[in-house]
Design a protein. Structure first.
Length: 385
C-alpha cells in the first residue's frame, strides 16, 4: 500500500488529476457545511430544505447524458479544467445571493458543472491507467474525499471564528483557481481519448449486468447524498454541537472515506470487489445506527466516520466496473450508470427532508442504514469487472 501511494504522489500525472479530484471535494465539503446557514437564512423547514437541495442533483442528472457529447466536443482535459473553474466561480453565489430562487439556480449551475467534470475527470483517470499500466481510480476518489474532509473542517473553523460568508467563499474560489493554473500543464499532457467507438458512445439503456451495478450504486449514492446534505444539519439540530464542530461529522466521514479509497487500490485486488462491497455495507449501516442511537458530538462524529469507511470503495469499484461492461461502447457504460445512479442523489435529499419533517431527522437518517444493508446483499449477486 505504501509503495502504491508513493508511486501515486510522485507521478506528476496521477498527482495532477488527484489535485483536481481533491479540489472538487474541497468545494463540496465547504458547501455542505454551509447548508445549516442557508436553512436558517431563509427560515426553511426540513422538507423545504430537502427540495432546495434537490436543485443540484436534479440539474446534474438532467445534464449528465450530455457529458459524453461535451467531452467528445471539447476533450476530456479541457472539460475537466473548464468544468472545475466554472464550479469554483459559481460557488461564490449560493450563500451570498439575496433570494431563495437565486440560491436554487446557483445550485443547479453547480450540478451542471459536477455532471461534466465528474465524467471528464474519471475519463482522465481511466486514460492514465491504460497509458501507464497502473491502478489509480480508488486513490483518485480518495483525493476527492480528502478534499471534502479539509473543506468541511476549514469551513467549520472559519464559521467558528465568524468569518463573513463573502470572504469565506472568495478564499475557496481563489484557492481552486490557483490549483487549476498549477495543474493545467500536466493535465493537458495526458493523451486525449474520445468517449466513443465505432458506433458512438452515447447514453444507452443498461443491460442486465449494468442494472445490477446501478441498483447497488443507488443505495451507495443515497447514503453519500444523505451524509453530504444532512450531516451538518444533524450536528447542529439533533446533536446541538458547537459551531466549531458543525462540519466535523462530515469531515470525519470524508476522512475515513479518503482512507478507505487510498488503500482501495491495494485492498480490492487482494480481497475482490464483491467482498469489499459486502463488508462496506455492513460497516456503513453500523455507523449510521451509532450516530442515531448515540446523538452526542463524539459518538456522532465517530459514527459518521464509519459510514465513510463503509462507502469508500463503492464508487471506485462501480465506476471501474461500469466502464468495462462487455458489449457497450467505450465510456457509455460509465455515463449510463452515472445517469441512473445519480437518482440516489436526486431522491435522497428530498426524501430525507420529507421523512424528517413528518417524523424526525434521526428516523430519516436511520432508514439509510437499511439501504446500506440492501447494497451489501445485492453485492453478493452482482457481476463486477
Amino acid at each position: 500500500m505504501t509503495t502504491h501511494l508513493k508511486t501515486y504522489f510522485t507521478n506528476q500525472r496521477s498527482l495532477a488529476i488527484g489535485a483536481i479530484f481533491a479540489s472538487v471535494g474541497f468545494l463540496f465539503g465547504n458547501w455542505v457545511t454551509w447548508i445549516p446557514f442557508v436553512k436558517q437564512k431563509y427560515g426553511l423547514d426540513d422538507a423545504q430544505l430537502g427540495m432546495l437541495l434537490l436543485s443540484l442533483p436534479l440539474a446534474s442528472t438532467l445534464t449528465n447524458p450530455l457529458s459524453t457529447l461535451v467531452i467528445n466536443r471539447f476533450g476530456m482535459r479541457t472539460t475537466t479544467l473548464g468544468g472545475l473553474a466554472g464550479m469554483a466561480l459559481v460557488y461564490l453565489l449560493p450563500v451570498n445571493v439575496p433570494a431563495l430562487w437565486m440560491t436554487s439556480i446557483a445550485l443547479g449551475l453547480l450540478g451542471i458543472g459536477i455532471a461534466f467534470t465528474n465524467v471528464a475527470m474519471n475519463t482522465c483517470v481511466t486514460a492514465i491507467e491504460k497509458q501507464d499500466g497502473t491502478f489509480i481510480m480508488s486513490t483518485s476518489h480518495g483525493m476527492f474525499s480528502g478534499g471534502g474532509m479539509i473543506g468541511s473542517a476549514l469551513a467549520s473553523v472559519l464559521m467558528g471564528f465568524k468569518v463573513p460568508p463573502a470572504v469565506h467563499v472568495s478564499i475557496i474560489t481563489l484557492t481552486i483557481l490557483t490549483i487549476i493554473v498549477l495543474a493545467r500543464p500536466i493535465i493537458m499532457g495526458i493523451h486525449e481519448e474520445k468517449l466513443k467507438s465505432e458506433g458512438g458512445a452515447k447514453f444507452a439503456w443498461p443491460n442486465r449486468v449494468l442494472v445490477g451495478m446501478i441498483a447497488i450504486s443507488l443505495c451507495t449514492n443515497i447514503t453519500e447524498g444523505t451524509m453530504s446534505d444532512w450531516t451538518a444539519v444533524y450536528m447542529r439540530e439533533v446533536v446541538e454541537a458547537n459551531d466549531f464542530f458543525i462540519g466535523w461529522g462530515f469531515a470525519c466521514y470524508a476522512f475515513f472515506m479518503a482512507s478507505g479509497r487510498f488503500i482501495g487500490d491495494a485492498l480490492i485486488p487482494q480481497y475482490g470487489s464483491r467482498k469489499v462491497l459486502v463488508t462496506g455495507g455492513i460497516i456503513a449501516a453500523s455507523g449510521i445506527l451509532i450516530a442515531v442511537f448515540f446523538p452526542y458530538t463524539l459518538t456522532a462524529i465517530l459514527g459518521f466516520g464509519l459510514v465513510g469507511a463503509g462507502v469508500s470503495c463503492g464508487a471506485p469499484i462501480l465506476y471501474g466496473s461500469a466502464a468495462r461492461v462487455p458489449g457497450m461502447a467505450k465510456g457509455a457504460g460509465l455515463a449510463t450508470m452515472n445517469t441512473f445512479s445519480l437518482a440516489g442523489f436526486l431522491a435522497g435529499p428530498a426524501l430525507i427532508g420529507l421523512i424528517s419533517n413528518a417524523v424526525s431527522l434521526s428516523f430519516a437518517i436511520g432508514i439509510v442504514a437499511i439501504l446500506a444493508l440492501i447494497w451489501s446483499l445485492l453485492s453478493n449477486k452482482a457481476q463486477l469487472y
